[in-house]
Design a protein around this ligand. Structure first.
Ligand code: DMJ
Length: 919
C-alpha cells in the first residue's frame, strides 16, 4: 500500500479516512472540482435549462419503468413493441442474450438504485418490498455468471447500499433489516460452484437451482469464457464479502483476477478476448478495449479505488500502457493481436468501447478521452445512435443499437472532469434522439437498424440501470440528489457501492495468495486522478482545442489503411499489395503473394493484412448482393410514427431507396394469400394491401394486388412466431421472369411484426403506414394536418396514455367478409400453407446470412482529395516499379513457411470468428 494513497498531485486529502478510502474519495473529488473551471468555449447552460433536461430524464424514466411495471413485471424485461413481459422459454430464443434472464425480475432489481438517484424514494421503498416478496433466486434456469453478477448481485448490493443510507437518514426504509443483502448472499453462494475449475476462472454459465455439471444443471461443459466474464467480479464479490464478513467471495474473485494477470501475454502485456478456463490458453488472441475485455480493465482500476490495493493499480497501469501503445490510435481504438500487437486484428470498432473515455477520466488521461469521445459523438451525429460496430472509416458494420449506455457514461465523466458545457449539449442530443427514434407508446425500443430506424421488441435492463442514472446525474446539481454521490463508486452496471467498504472486513485481501506486497514507484500514481488545475493550466479552451481538429473526422474520413500506405510511401518503401488491387492474373501480384509471410516482419505483416482484407472484401462482396432492410412505420393514431417495424425488401417493384416513401392505409386482400385475382378490389384500391405468405410466388401476389389498385403490399409470414429478432433478414426474390411490370413497393414482415399491424387493425380499424428505406422523422410525419391536430408529441402524459396495451386487450372484430380474415387468424398458423410456401415462394426467398449485421447500403465513404490522390499514386507506382530487392532478407526467414501459414490460418479463423461473434 502506498502511503497517502494513489492520488498524488491531486487536491486536498480527506483526513478522517484511511488511505485507501482517501484514494477513492480524492479521485471522486478531483472529478467534481472541474465544474467551476470552465469559463469559455460552448455557452454555459443555465440552471433552468439543466433542470428542464433533468426533468425530461425523469419523465423518460417514468415512461420506461412505468410500462415495465405495468405490462411486464414480474417478467425479466419489457418487450416494448408488443407491450408485454419477456419470459424466457415463452419467446423464441435469442441465444446468449437470453442468458441474462433468470426469471428473477431482472429489470426491477437492476433499477433499484436508479430510483434513489432519481429521487424516487417512495418508489424505491415499494420496489424493495416487491423484490423481497416476489423474487425467487432458485429457478431452474441457466444464466450467465457475468450478467447475473453485474446486474442482479450488483443491483441487490446497490439497493442495499442506498437502503441503509436512507435508513440512517431516519426518514425512509426504517423497516429495512438487510433483507436485500441476505438475498445477495444467497445469490453469491449460488454463483460460487461456477468457480470450481483448476484455474479458478468461473464457468460462463450456471443453473440457479442445480449449479454446474450435474445432469439436471444442463451446463458446465463449456471450456471457454470471455476475459471480461471472468474479470468483472471483484467489485460485487468484494462488496458482498465486506458487507457480510464472508470472505470467500472476495477470495474467489481475486483468484480469477490473479490467474488472468498471470496469463497476460508477457511481451505485449495484453490479454485476449477468450480464454480456456481449464488450461488458461488464449482461445481468441485479439485484444481491444471493447466487447469481451472491457470491464476487466475497468474493474482493475476500480478495485484499486474501492479496495485500495496497489497491486490492482499496478496491473491496470501495465495494461493501460500497452493499450495506449498498441490499441489506441487516437481517436480510434483498434483491436490488435496479443502476440503481434503492431498488427490490427480488425478494421472496425464496437460500441462497447464507448465506456473507455470514462475510464480514462478516472485514470486521469483526459486528452485521449476527449478525442475518442468526440469521434464517437461524430458517429452518433451521423446515425443517431452508436451502431454495434462501425468501420475505421465510420461506415456501419453492425447496425443494431440496444440502447447501450456507455457513451452517456463517458459523457457524464467527461463533464465532471472538464466542466465543459459542451458535454451538456451532447447529453441533450442523446435525450432528443432517444425520444425521437426509440420511444414507443410502451417504453423505449432498441434499434434494430440505425440506418432504417426500425425497432426491436427489446428494452434491456441496463437501459434503466445505467442510461437514466448517467443522464440524470449529468444535469443534477449537488442539491438535486439526496445523498452524496461522491461517497460511492459505480460498478460496470452503474450500481453504487460505498467507498467506506475499503476499511471494512479486509481479511480476504490478506488471504490473497499470489499478489505480493510491493512498494510501487511514484510513476504508478501519475494521473491516477484528474486534477484540472494541471490539465487545463490557465486554458479553459483546452478541451475544445482537442476536439476541434476532429470535428469532421466522420464526414471526411480517410481510411486507416491508406494512412499506413502513406507512411510507407513517405519512407521510400515499396507500397504493399492491397487486397482490393489484387489480380490473380498478374504475375507480379502472385510473386508478392508467395513471398508474403516468408520474409521480413514488415512483409509478413503485409501478408497478414492482405489475408485479412481478402476475407473482409469477400464478405463485403457477399453482403453487397443483399439488399438492406426496409421499414414499415405505423403513422396513424396512437402510434404517430413511433413504431417502426423491420421489413424485408423485395428484389422487384418500386425501389424504396430511390423513391419517396409510400404512405397509405392498410387493407387485407381477399383471398388473403393474394394468389388469384382479388375479390375485394374496392377495399384495396389506393391502399397498401396485406397479403399472407405462401401458395404462390411473391411476384404473383404483387401483380394481383397491383391489378386491384393497391399502391403497395406487405407480405406477412405465415410461420407463426417468426420474428426479425431471431430470423435472418428476408428478401423476396422475383419469379425468374421479367418483373419490370411490378411498379408498386413490396415489403415482407415476419409473423410477429405482421401481427402488430393486424392487432392494430382489430383495435383501431384504420391503420396508416409508411413504407420506406428508413424511418421518417416524426416531425415530418406530423406535418400532415390531420395528425397535427391529434397529437402533441411527447406531452407530459404521453407515456401511459397511449400504451399499446390497448392492442393486446379487448379486440374489436373487423368485418372482413366471408373469407378467413388475417385479423381473426393472425395468431393461428396456416398449416396447409406452410408446406405450400416451402414449395413455392420459400424457394424464391433469399434469406440473408447477415441478419444482425446488414451491410451499409452505399459505397464506402468517399476519401478526401489527399487520400484519393495518394492512393492513385501508390497504385501507379506499384504497377510500374520492379521489386527493388528480390533477395531481401526477411526477418522471419528461420520460421518455416508451414508454421507461418499455420499462423495465418489461425488469424484467419480468428477473423472469421469475429465476424460471426455476437458482441
Ligand atoms: C452493461 O450491462 C454493462 O455496462 C456491461 O459491462 C457491458 N455493457 C452493458 C450495456 O451495454
Amino acid at each position: 500500500m502506498s502511503e497517502a494513497g494513489g492520488c498524488r498531485g491531486c487536491g486536498s486529502p480527506v483526513p478522517q479516512r484511511a488511505p485507501w478510502s482517501l484514494v477513492a474519495t480524492t479521485a471522486a473529488l478531483c472529478l467534481v472540482t472541474a465544474t467551476s473551471v470552465w469559463t469559455a468555449g460552448a455557452a454555459p447552460m443555465s440552471r433552468e435549462e439543466k433542470q428542464k433536461l433533468g426533468n425530461q430524464v425523469l419523465e423518460m424514466f417514468d415512461h420506461a419503468y412505468g410500462n415495465y411495471m405495468e405490462h411486464a413485471y414480474p417478467a425479466d424485461e419489457l418487450m416494448p413493441l408488443t407491450c408485454r413481459g419477456r419470459v424466457r422459454g415463452q419467446e423464441p430464443s435469442r441465444g446468449d442474450v437470453d442468458d441474462a434472464l433468470g426469471k428473477f425480475s431482472l429489470t426491477l432489481i437492476d433499477s433499484l438504485d436508479t430510483l434513489v438517484v432519481l429521487n424516487k424514494t417512495k418508489e424505491f421503498e415499494d420496489a424493495v418490498r416487491k423484490v423481497l416478496r416476489d423474487v425467487n433466486l432458485d429457478n431452474d434456469v441457466v444464466v450467465s455468471v457475468f450478467e447475473t453478477n453485474i446486474r442482479v448481485l450488483g443491483g441487490l448490493l446497490g439497493g442495499h447500499s442506498l437502503a441503509i443510507m436512507l435508513k440512517e437518514k431516519g426518514e425512509h426504509m426504517q423497516w429495512y433489516n438487510d433483507e436485500l443483502l441476505q438475498m445477495a448472499k444467497q445469490l453469491g453462494y449460488k454463483l460460487l460452484p461456477a468457480f470450481n475449475t483448476t484455474s479458478g476462472l468461473p464457468y460462463p454459465r450456471i443453473n440457479l437451482k442445480f449449479g454446474i455439471r450435474k445432469p439436471e444443471a444442463r451446463t458446465g461443459t463449456e471450456t471457454d469464457t470471455c476475459t471480461a466474464c471472468a474479470g468483472t467480479l471483484i467489485l460485487e464479490f468484494a462488496a458482498l464479502s465486506r458487507f457480510t464478513g464472508a470472505t470467500i467471495f472476495e477470495e474467489y474473485a481475486r483468484k480469477a483476477l490473479d490467474f488472468l494477470w498471470e496469463k497476460r501475454q508477457r511481451s505485449s502485456n495484453l490479454v485476449g478476448v477468450t480464454i480456456n478456463i481449464h488450461t488458461g490458453d488464449w482461445v481468441r488472441k485479439d485484444s481491444g478495449v471493447g466487447a469481451g475485455i472491457d470491464s476487466y480493465y475497468e474493474y482493475l482500476l476500480k478495485a484499486y479505488v474501492l479496495l485500495g490495493d496497489d497491486s490492482f493499480l499496478e496491473r491496470f497501469n501495465t495494461h493501460y500502457d500497452a493499450i495506449m501503445r498498441y490499441i489506441s490510435q487516437p481517436p480510434l481504438l483498434l483491436d490488435v493481436h496479443i502476440h503481434k500487437p503492431m498488427l490490427n486484428a480488425r478494421t472496425w470498432m464496437d460500441a462497447l468501447l464507448a465506456f473507455f473515455p470514462g475510464l480514462q477520466v478516472l485514470k486521469g488521461d483526459i486528452r485521449p478521452a476527449i478525442e475518442t469521445h468526440e469521434m464517437l459523438y461524430q458517429v452518433i451525429k451521423k446515425h443517431n445512435f452508436l451502431p454495434e460496430a462501425f468501420t475505421t472509416d465510420f461506415r456501419v458494420h453492425w447496425a443494431q443499437h440496444p440502447l447501450r449506455p456507455e457513451f452517456a457514461e463517458s459523457t457524464y465523466f467527461l463533464y465532471k472532469a472538464t466542466g465543459d458545457p459542451y458535454y451538456l449539449e451532447v447529453g441533450k442530443t442523446l435525450i432528443e434522439n432517444l425520444n425521437k427514434y426509440a420511444r414507443v407508446p410502451c417504453g423505449f425500443a432498441a434499434m434494430k437498424d440505425v440506418r432504417t430506424g426500425s425497432h426491436e421488441d427489446r428494452m434491456d435492463s441496463f437501459f434503466l440501470a445505467e442510461m437514466f442514472k448517467y443522464l440524470y446525474l449529468l444535469y443534477a446539481d449537488k442539491e438535486d440528489i439526496i445523498f452524496d454521490i461522491e461517497d460511492y463508486i459505480f460498478t460496470t452496471e452503474a450500481h453504487l457501492l460505498p467507498l467506506w467498504l475499503s476499511t471494512t472486513n479486509q481479511s480476504a485481501s490478506k488471504k490473497n495468495t499470489t499478489s505480493e506486497y510491493i512498494e510501487l514507484d511514484d510513476s504508478n500514481f501519475d494521473w491516477t486522478c484528474p486534477n484540472t488545475q494541471i490539465l487545463f493550466p490557465n486554458d479553459p479552451l483546452y478541451a475544445q482545442s482537442i476536439r476541434e481538429p476532429l470535428k469532421n473526422v466522420v464526414d471526411k474520413s480517410c481510411p486507416r489503411g491508406i494512412i499506413r500506405v502513406e507512411e510507407s510511401f513517405r519512407s521510400g518503401a515499396k507500397p504493399p499489395l492491397r487486397a482490393r488491387d489484387f489480380m490473380a492474373t498478374n504475375p507480379e501480384h502472385l510473386e508478392i503473394l508467395k513471398k508474403m509471410g516468408a520474409a521480413s516482419s514488415i512483409d509478413a505483416e503485409d501478408g497478414l493484412r492482405f489475408m485479412q482484407e481478402m476475407i473482409e472484401l469477400s464478405s463485403q462482396q457477399q453482403k453487397e448482393q443483399q439488399l438492406p432492410p426496409r421499414a414499415v412505420q405505423i403513422v396513424s393514431h396512437p402510434f404517430f410514427g413511433r413504431v417502426v417495424l423491420t421489413a424485408g425488401p423485395a428484389q422487384f417493384g418500386l425501389d424504396l431507396s430511390k423513391h419517396k416513401e409510400t404512405r397509405g392505409f392498410v387493407a387485407s386482400s381477399k383471398p388473403y394469400n393474394g394468389c388469384s385475382e382479388l375479390t375485394n378490389p374496392e377495399a384495396v384500391m389506393g391502399k397498401i394491401a396485406l397479403i399472407q405468405r405462401g401458395q404462390c410466388m411473391f411476384a404473383e401476389k404483387a401483380r394481383n394486388i397491383q391489378n386491384a389498385g393497391a399502391i403497395g403490399g406487405i407480405v406477412i409470414d405465415d410461420n407463426e412466431g417468426s420474428s426479425s429478432d431471431t430470423a435472418p433478414l428476408f428478401q423476396m426474390a422475383g419469379d425468374g421472369k421479367d418483373t419490370d411490370d411490378i411498379k408498386i413497393p413490396m415489403l415482407f414482415l415476419f409473423s410477429k411484426e405482421g401481427s402488430i399491424i393486424l392487432d392494430a387493425i382489430r383495435e383501431y380499424e384504420e391503420v396508416e403506414v409508411l413504407l420506406s428505406d428508413k424511418a421518417k422523422d416524426r416531425a415530418a410525419i406530423l406535418k400532415d394536418p390531420e395528425m397535427e391536430s391529434e397529437e402533441q408529441p411527447f406531452s407530459e402524459n404521453d407515456s401511459q396514455n397511449q400504451s399499446t396495451d390497448q392492442l393486446t386487450s379487448g379486440s374489436q372484430e373487423v368485418d372482413l367478409g366471408d373469407q378467413e380474415s388475417p385479423e381473426e387468424s393472425s395468431l393461428n398458423s396456416h398449416p396447409e400453407s406452410l408446406s405450400a410456401a416451402a414449395a413455392d415462394d420459400a424457394a424464391s426467398v433469399s434469406p440473408s446470412e447477415q441478419n444482425s449485421n446488414p451491410p451499409e447500403n452505399h459505397e464506402p465513404a468517399s476519401l478526401d482529395g489527399e487520400c484519393t490522390d495518394l492512393d492513385n499514386q501508390l497504385q501507379e507506382q506499384s504497377e510500374t516499379e520492379e521489386d527493388s530487392n528480390p533477395n531481401v532478407s526477411w526477418g522471419k526467414k528461420d520460421q518455416p513457411i508451414d508454421s507461418i501459414l499455420a499462423d495465418w490460418n489461425e488469424d484467419i479463423e480468428a477473423f472469421e470468428m469475429m465476424e460471426k461473434d455476437e458482441l
